[in-house]
Design a protein around this ligand. Sequence first.
Ligand SMILES: [Zn+2]
Length: 307
Amino acid sequence: MNTLPTIDLPGLELLAWAIEAGGRGWRVFPLRPGDKRPAGHAEKYCPGTGRCADGHKTPEQRATTDVNLITTAWAHHPYNIGIATGPSGLLVVDLDMPKPQEPKGTPDGVTNFSALCERAGQAVPDTYRVRTARGGEHLYFTQPPGARLHSTAGKLAKKIDTRGWGGYVVAAGSLTPDGPYTVLNPRPPAPLPDWLHDALKPVQRPVQTMPPVTTNASGYVAAALRGEVHNVATAADGTRNATLLRAARALGRLVASGDLTRVEVEEALSRAAAGNATQSQRYYDDVIRRGLDWSITHHPTGKRVPA
Ligand SMILES: [Zn+2]
């Protein structure tokens, strides 16, 4: 350690904070001095040398608790301190302040979080807490065993983000032109409360009760109709419209061949879409109509059944 360059006082304080965070088991990495952005190069400017010789290392990948690595890095520059929340086993609730350009009286994240706790019938959790440079707060929690919670933005409430895997927080001791990051409560982070964990889990769509499909068709035709209804009823968000269009086109062939009536296909698909809707029914019915029209135009085979 006696080969280190002389560190000025602000640099020493930052080094001490970085070591303190590492000592809590939190993986730290340097942020640009006086800034919230990671130091070092972005992936697109990766030179492929040094620590990136085997491929670019993201801050999350190179964050460390190693006191020697921390000392070496912070000896060179008065870096601010980033904590890679995911590999540190942390889920940090980030209570933000309204931006200066937002209307006066816009509730801040602290207010919204208190309201959220009250609605849930829960006390505001007692945990490691940092005041941010702009006057917001960071509440640190440990991730539930086996969980791998990612960052969210505005999912809990307005002005409330969370930092987990894929994210980081600016740690206590860091300084920006807006002010310092200071510890409000130094106790170890509490486990993430169940009610917050529930609110952060990816939305599990309830299993859809399949709309009953009634048709006089038999054999593979009925199976095709039920299959497409199932596809539409269980389509994931973001794929529903494409699934519906594909189903209408597929079944349109069977309408063109006279194996199904247009009315029974429209009704079955419309009900399947309604059971799993994120758009208006009119929108879905329009998709169905376009799909059927396309298919009937392109496959005018067999007995044509009037619409
Ligand atoms: Zn790189």
